[in-house]
Write a protein that binds this ligand. Structure first.
Ligand SMILES: *Cc1c(COP(=O)(O)O)cnc(C)c1O
Length: 376
């Protein structure tokens, strides 16, 4: 199979040592007490990446399950929930809030910039009666990383619990869960950790657990019920059979993350990718708050995304994505996260893009791949 290099904004390339685990013979995770030790141990590794002492849970489901589980477990009928919205994922959180009976209230901020903290302060001065707030750390579709180091402590000043979608940021951006007073932070296995798709993990503060355990009404879900995991270690029991192969692969991928200075690596490559794009005369989509893990650049006039996609596959066997919703076919996204945050792969991607722009008579001021190799 001629699998392309997936330079997309997740899922990312999975290292061979991680993939190999998927073919190993492993134990029965329900019965073998070893597995509970293993799960506990991997939670300790996740704590390191998230810089937290809060409890960690790994659930069997893709990143979206983490968003839904947080909302399902916290929301009761008519709860007011603040949805901080400067992008597609930020907006989408409100759907989960509504689904579980809550009343989402939006705080809107420009879609091509990071959340405006001053405006958020003013908003909260007038209205801060919210049970919790949802925030997206990195808006993957637009390549914007919000400054959660300011947003979350600000919300806590108003005694608002925070739920943070850090799916495309954990392992690529700085994240200080405890210092920044974040209550629920969630990630996915397939972005910067570069493990197979299929797991979500959450850090949950004591305060959040207190609210979850002391609800007036039942949580309206089984699979999204975070309370169902209560005391799993002492009971040696999970609410359902854990996908042991995925969890072992995830553990191996986490080891690879922890071996590197991943924040520094991501920020250096991201910065150099952006410089290469800008020096070539192309435009980045975001005006500020540029992500360490994904770069979105505007597609210039005279070329279509479909052509770029097709040529990149045909000529270089590299897959790049556009985005979706209002950014569909408007931007190219280069995912430089996890295993794809690599000099070789980014060089090849920029080389391919340079050649394809050239073939379509799009005049660039300079070659992106040359700038990249000079600066990196
Ligand atoms: C990837 C991602 C998710 C998980 O969603 P999928 O697109 O289904 O993988 C959630 N939030 C953000 C910000 C993401 O980038």
């Amino acid at each position: 199979m001629n699998t392309p290099f997936i330079m997309t904004a997740g899922p990312t390339y999975i290292h061979e040592s991680v993939r190999r685990i998927m073919s190993e013979e492993l134990t029965n995770p329900d019965i073998d007490v070893m597995f509970y030790e293993f799960y506990k141990n991997i939670c300790e590794k996740i704590k390191k990446v998230m810089k937290t002492e809060n409890e960690i849970l790994i659930l069997a489901g893709e990143g979206i399950l983490g968003l839904e589980a947080a909302c399902a477990s916290l929301t009761e009928e008519n709860d007011r929930v603040l949805c901080i919205d400067n992008g597609i994922f930020g907006h989408g959180f409100a759907d989960f809030v509504k689904l579980y009976g809550g009343n989402p209230v939006f705080f809107k901020s420009d879609y091509d910039r990071g959340i405006n903290i001053e405006n958020l302060k003013n908003f909260l001065e007038n209205d801060s009666d919210f049970k919790y707030a949802t925030v997206v750390h990195c808006e993957t579709p637009s390549g914007i990383t919000n400054d959660v180091s300011k947003i979350c402590p600000l919300l806590k000043q108003y005694e608002i619990l925070t739920v943070v979608d850090s799916v495309s940021a954990i392992g690529g951006e700085n994240l200080c869960t405890d210092e920044w007073k974040m209550d629920i932070v969630l990630g996915g296995s397939q972005k910067c950790i570069s493990a197979p798709v299929g797991l979500t993990f959450l850090s949950i503060s004591e305060e959040a657990f207190k609210i979850i355990y002391n609800r007036k009404s039942q949580i309206k879900s089984f699979y999204c019920n975070l309370a169902a995991f209560k005391d799993w270690y002492n009971k040696k029991w999970f609410p359902y059979t854990m996908p042991i192969h995925l969890i072992y692969a995830f553990d191996k991928a986490l080891d690879r993350v922890l071996l590197t200075n991943y924040v520094k690596k991501h920020s250096k490559i991201a910065d150099t990718v952006r410089k290469s794009i800008v020096e070539a005369g192309l435009l980045l989509y975001p005006k500020d708050s540029l992500s360490n893990t994904v770069t979105a650049l505007n597609i210039p006039e005279g070329i279509e995304f479909e052509y770029i996609y097709k040529k990149m596959i045909e000529n270089y066997n590299i897959m790049v994505g556009s985005s979706f919703d209002f950014l569909k076919d408007k931007v190219i996204r280069i995912g430089h996260m996890g295993e794809n945050c690599s000099i070789d792969k980014i060089f090849l991607t920029l080389y391919g893009l340079d050649k394809i722009f050239e073939s379509a008579n799009i005049k660039l001021k300079t070659n992106m791949h040359k700038v990249f190799s000079n600066l990196i």
